[in-house]
Design a protein around this ligand. Sequence first.
Ligand code: ADP
Length: 635
Amino acid sequence: MSESTKPQKHEFQTEVRVLLQLMIHSLYSNQEIFIRELISNGADALDKVRFEGITKPELLDGDSDLRIDLHVDEEARKIVISDNGIGMNEEDLLNGLGTIARSGTRDFMKNLTGDSKDDMSLIGQFGVGFYSVFMVARNVEVLTRKAGEEKAYLWSSTGDGEFQLSESSKDSRGTIITIELKDDEDATPFASEWKVKEVVNKYSEFIAHPIWMTVLPKPEKDDDGELKPSEEKEAARLNEKTAIWRRPAKDVTDENHKEFYQQISNDFAGEPLTHTMQHIEGMQEFWSLVYVPTKAPFGLFNQDRGHGLKLYVKRIFIMDDCKDLLPTWLRFVSGVVDSEDLPLNVSREILQDNRIIASIRKHVVKKTLASLQKMADDKPEQYTGFWKEMGVVLKEGFYMNYEWLDELKSLMRFNSTSSGTDEVISLKDYVSGMKDDQEVIYYITGENLKTLTSSPLLENFRAKGYEVLYMADHVDEFMMGGLTEFDGKQFKDISRGDVELEKTDEEKKVEEEQQTSYQKLCESLQNTLNETVETVRVTSRLKDSPCVLVNKEDAMSAHMERLMKQMGQDNMPTSKRILEINPEHTICQTLQSKAEAGDELGDWPTVLLGQALLAEGSPLPDTNAYVQAVNKLLS
Ligand code: ADP
């Protein structure tokens, strides 16, 4: 056993100081979460030593009875939480309890606004770890010894700018945290065995390791049948023995699910929208418990955000964020898989091409998609809520992916010319509303719903009552690379090539005449706009606008070109477009007379092209030239 050394003072990192200030001064509600945070740290430490002990049994040193112990000294106002987990050495203490290590804390700090009210509500959304103890503690001591090492350390702090660190002694591995409660009213409830027990029951029921607490046992009857109050405290187990995901589904309450979901997703203010539980036996055996959240998880589109499920093997925690268990397009879910068949020493590399993992993944995806489909069928309003939050991620399932396409198609929802921008419809709804002569599913892509709803390309569709799907999410263009057909019907981008809507004989006749009578104007516009425009032609698709730009059938859409440019593909060749003019529009009629008479068109071609570009949300190649041209015409 080593001698204790003189404590050395260390300053907390700046961010920790800010966080501590916030904890201590602004946070008056929900102090109890410190118990949850410390127990979850203890459980992590137990997971780690159990996992490392698989390959290095000497770390366990004969003590594999892993547990967390709690003790409340009501009189001295102290709480002691200990674990025989991995423990910490000097470096771990400096890193873990002096700087911000936890991703939740980092996200939390990044999102602080400086407005204490907003910031306080943020605290609820993130797990804020060890430091939350200073909401109630006036002094905290951490005595710890790392598994496999001799030296023990004592860390202590009062939660103001500094902490002390010294070498100390401890008989066995693990960590003992002693919390001295403040004198104020907010901390007082925690100087009670009953209260601490209540909080543990609330938050830590599903912790996979046993949590014990020294409590007075229930009074027992003595020989004379009299109730004899107990004097000696005894350790009692507070949590269930079976991991929540291994319990029969009927034994797990909604409240259990909510708490477990919050714990594993770090979404402490949220609730699961739905969950699926599976126990598969046969060729292989595993349990899974998967939650779909109500709100999109924080940082859903952040590339660095971990995703996947927690992987356990025979109840032993193996890793967080096991990506091989889920496709990226289901990254909004959180949950647990516990396999009986994988070897305990699995590594991320082994998992990648593992047959067992592939099979579990199939089951998990199938069940998750089925539960979403059930929600879509039975509770369409709830599903619409889900779709608005997370549908855009499901859409990613269509690129670079050839699995689950039918299930995904059935889950897709869209705004459309008929449903409007508030309601969404399914592809099945669309097909059942198709007109008799209609063979394809029409859609239009663009930056946002507002630009789309006012697109000139829709004029004739509206007039003739054909429904067009709006695709304004940034992933839609990519999605359409994989979503090519539904129920035998192809998809058709209405900004590409020609779109034939049903025409009467009369309409056909008029159109033919117009093609000939407008030839001069088309040629003239074509000559001036040669650089950008491949062809100019008369169209019947417009009602109120003078002209519109469309793409050749095989060209990339204008929206896709803009997206590629935003993604840094600047040198991509821009394909020439087709300018279609509306023979019924007075501007075109006036211009046609000019062209016929051999007059110059002046600034008109620039203005027409500019308007067509603006209407579809494209930038103008030369804004100045456009403004000047408009001004000249106006004056
Ligand atoms: P988090 O647990 O999310 O990482 P905390 O602030 O709660 O964040 O803890 C910081 C770090 O301190 C942990 O990551 C862990 O390395 C270490 N730590 C905290 N409590 C314990 C413990 N009981 N046993 C071992 N290490 C611990």
